[in-house]
Design a binder for this molecule. Structure first.
Ligand code: PLP
Length: 437
């Protein structure tokens, strides 16, 4: 009996079904760089990074050492009880890397969902308004407010009632909803629709914030057109509405810059970050314009563990590694290689409806018979399973699981990248054309 199948059997016996998984049978014992070793001792090329976390690679030595050093000094204090330097150093570094205007303030949480929840509380306190506008294809987490803001019904059916004062508009997803318009005309139409929503859906003086991912992650790597974000910024400014950008999946090098919003010329009032920030330990943050962040009453933000000292040390070392290795440039190079290969696969496989992404965040959307309304989710599931058998761990996205996305560690070598793309191409073509495997 293989150890992986043993582990998986134990998982199915003890974990509730609600804790889902992407690929049946994937296990992990140890990681190194862009490789994960499974319970059977097999090396897998990691194209998932624990859903976009290990941008600096697995078991990065500088980060591991920083964690050990900090653990020997202070495991926990709680920022509400005693001030400790790693918390401050990390916030200072984040404000330096990601300024939100002239004066920026930062505070730390444990997860992306918690960061989003707090961003909403901050926006409400700063404006005295309750409404939040969010988007289809958006994902913001699984706590109840974050889930209320999340679009995909598959994540939330029967979990409600959901939080009130949430208004959801259609994502400016040009490929899906473009209706044959030019991109410029599409953006103009979507911004017009947004303005109409402030007349026929919710009054602007009731809206605290607009919340959007600059690149929708779980939604399938939908890059929000820069002109749309610029238009949103303008509308927000006209009405005193705050703009919250959720960078939990797109942040920290993934798109080839620290923030995906840096590609758009738009600065948010508030932004949320997690995942890659901690290098593998759970830590997240909210960054915002100082006058917005300071509008909150003492006691309304925080928690026991947010900004735990060991997680802070890990995050600080992670940011140092990202800077020293210039992982933003590496993400751009990875993205070019992946995109070129994806376009070549699209030319060979009629099921590839769209190739899209930015930096190392690239995706292919699979559809049947060239019809955007026939998502090929079962096909993608089979491809992911076949990739795992061939030594590549890769995950899907989208409401129908019909999008294959790439989230490799940004330290992946060229040889590993080529091998991974070879496996993926072989799997797609073999499954699509029913070839023997
Ligand atoms: C854009 C975005 N926001 C929020 C979250 C929630 O983060 P967490 O799983 O750390 O709560 C995610 C997680 O995938 C995400 O992609």
């Amino acid at each position: 009996m293989q150890k992986s199948s043993d582990l998986f059997k134990r998982r199915e016996a003890i974990l509730p079904k609600g804790v889902g998984y992407f690929t049946h049978g994937a296990t992990a014992v140890r990681g190194e760089g862009a490789l994960l070793y499974d319970a059977d001792g097999r090396a897998l090329i990691d194209f998932a990074s624990g859903i976009g976390v290990t941008n600096i690679g697995h078991a990065q030595s500088t980060v591991v050492q920083a964690i050990k050093d900090q653990a020997e000094h202070l495991l926990h204090a709680c920022i509400h009880v005693a001030t400790y330097e790693p918390y401050l150093a990390l916030c200072e570094k984040l404000a330096e890397l990601l300024p939100h205007g002239d004066a920026t303030k930062v505070f730390l949480t444990n997860t992306g969902a918690e960061a989003v929840e707090n961003a909403v509380k901050i926006a409400r306190q700063a404006t005295g308004r309750a409404g939040i506008i969010c988007f289809t294809e958006g994902f913001h987490g699984r706590t109840l407010l974050a889930m209320s803001l999340t679009s995909k019904v598959g994540y939330k059916t029967h979990c409600g009632p959901f939080a009130p004062e949430i208004y959801r508009l259609q994502s400016p997803n040009y490929w899906r909803y473009g209706d044959g318009l030019s991109e410029a005309a599409f953006i103009e139409r979507e911004l017009r629709r947004f303005r109409q929503a402030l007349v026929n859906t919710v009054a602007p003086e009731q809206v605290a914030a607009v919340l959007i991912e600059p690149v929708q992650g779980e939604g399938g790597f939908v890059v929000i057109p820069p002109a749309y974000l610029q238009g949103l910024r303008q509308i927000c400014d006209e009405h005193g509405i705050l703009l919250i950008l959720d960078e939990v999946q797109s942040g920290f090098g993934r798109t080839g810059s620290w923030a995906a919003y840096e590609h758009t010329g738009v600065t948010p009032d508030i932004s949320t970050w997690a995942k890659a920030m901690g290098g593998g330990l759970p830590i997240a943050c909210v960054i915002g314009k100082a006058h917005v962040m300071d509008a909150c009453a003492p006691g309304t933000l925080g928690g026991t563990y947010g900004g735990n000292p060991v997680a802070c040390a890990s995050a600080l070392a992670t940011l140092q590694v990202m800077e020293a290795q210039n992982l933003n440039a590496r993400a751009r190079a990875i993205g070019e290689t992946v995109r070129t290969r994806f376009l070549a696969i699209q030319a060979k496989c009629p099921l590839v409806g769209d190739v899209r992404g930015i930096g190392a965040m690239q995706a292919m959307e699979f559809i049947l018979a060239g019809d955007k309304n026939q998502p090929a989710g079962a096909f993608v599931k089979e491809v992911l399973t076949d990739c795992l058998a061939k030594g590549l761990l890769i995950i899907s996205a989208g409401a129908h699981g019909n999008i294959i996305r790439t989230l490799p560690p940004l330290v992946i070598t060229d040889a590993q990248l080529t091998e991974a793309l070879d496996i993926l191409e072989r799997s797609i073509l073999e499954v699509a054309f029913g070839m023997p495997r």
